[in-house]
Design a protein around this ligand. Structure first.
Ligand code: ATP
Length: 282
């Protein structure tokens, strides 16, 4: 009828389900003429542990920032922890999310003590000021530092820690508020082999912990996928190449498409290894 508008009918399959933690429908992020994300649809359920994998500039951090409720899409619909972005105060959602990223690390004052970097997450602030913390807060911060193997560094200044030690302190911080959703942006970047393997073992232990939060981890490297992570989303040029259970969708073919070159892929003991295929054109 002329002049009458009605809301589009949305089939139930594209609505977030009861266990949905992150749900994106046809999400586009545009800056000027650049499409950072191009019609991304994706659903993460509570018991899943996801890896977002793709080359430099694929849009991985942009996607993670949407899941963190730090960024709104240009078009499309986003639900995080059951709330629709744009329809609720993001200040209600963010305390339920733990985030570790290089951008956050850059905001920590070098003089801040490691334990304060962790405990201040309880107030959602970076850097202790005059917030009131009780003994329980410090006990929990100590336990989390211990779980990440850096409790002996609790009193050390953040700026004096090695890259690997900082990453582990930041993961402890991300867990401090007992989040329902844990977001880790390149947690293993810049780590030496031993530190990387140690961190992956800790993340793997978290992945199988039934009370651990839903986790999404961003990386460039299949070697950095912790064992026991369940799902992967491959991203290239802002578009999803494929998304689903790792065992089903992470193949030499999908990886080659994602990185735009022929790649071989091997799986051993729950880990993945990739290298340029010998048929690679000169
Ligand atoms: N404000 C902006 N204006 C224009 N382009 C932008 C803007 N912000 C980001 N981009 C571009 O969007 C693309 C996606 O950026 P994003 O940081 O999400 O990629 P990424 O996959 O995390 O990359 P990397 O692996 O290199 O960290 C990049 O090409 C980046 O240059």
């Amino acid at each position: 009828m002329f002049g009458v508008t009605s809301a589009p009918v949305v089939p139930s399959s594209i609505q977030p389900g009861p266990d949905s933690v992150v749900h994106l429908l046809e999400v586009t992020v545009r800056r000027g003429s650049t499409l950072l994300l191009d019609r991304v649809s994706w659903s993460v359920d509570a018991d899943e542990r996801w890896v977002i994998l793709g080359p430099n500039g694929a849009g991985k951090t942009t996607l993670l920032q949407i899941a963190a409720a730090n960024l709104f899409p240009t078009t499309g619909r986003v639900h995080v922890l059951g709330e629709r972005l744009g329809a609720v105060d993001v200040g209600d959602i963010r305390p339920r999310i733990g985030l570790s990223s290089a951008a956050l690390a850059a905001r920590v004052a070098p003089s801040e003590k490691a334990v304060d970097v962790v405990v201040s997450a309880g107030w959602g602030v970076v850097g202790r000021w005059r917030e009131a913390y009780d003994a329980q807060d410090f006990t929990r911060a100590g336990e989390l530092l211990s779980a990440m193997g850096v409790d002996h560094l609790a009193e050390r200044q953040f700026g004096t820690l090695s890259e690997g030690e900082r990453k582990r302190v930041l993961v402890a911080r991300a867990l401090m508020s007992d989040p329902e959703l844990l977001l880790l942006d390149e947690p293993a970047a810049g780590l030496d082999l031993g530190a990387r393997e140690d961190l992956l073992a800790r993340l793997s232990a978290l992945a199988v912990d039934p009370v651990a939060p839903t986790t999404i981890l961003v990386t460039h490297h299949v070697e950095e996928i912790p064992p026991d992570f369940s799902h992967v989303l491959l991203l290239r040029g802002g578009r999803v190449v494929v998304a689903g259970p790792i065992a089903e969708v992470l193949t030499a073919q999908s990886l080659s498409k994602t990185f735009g070159m022929p790649l071989a892929l091997e799986q051993r003991d729950g880990r993945y290894f990739a290298w340029a295929h010998e048929d690679r054109p000169a």
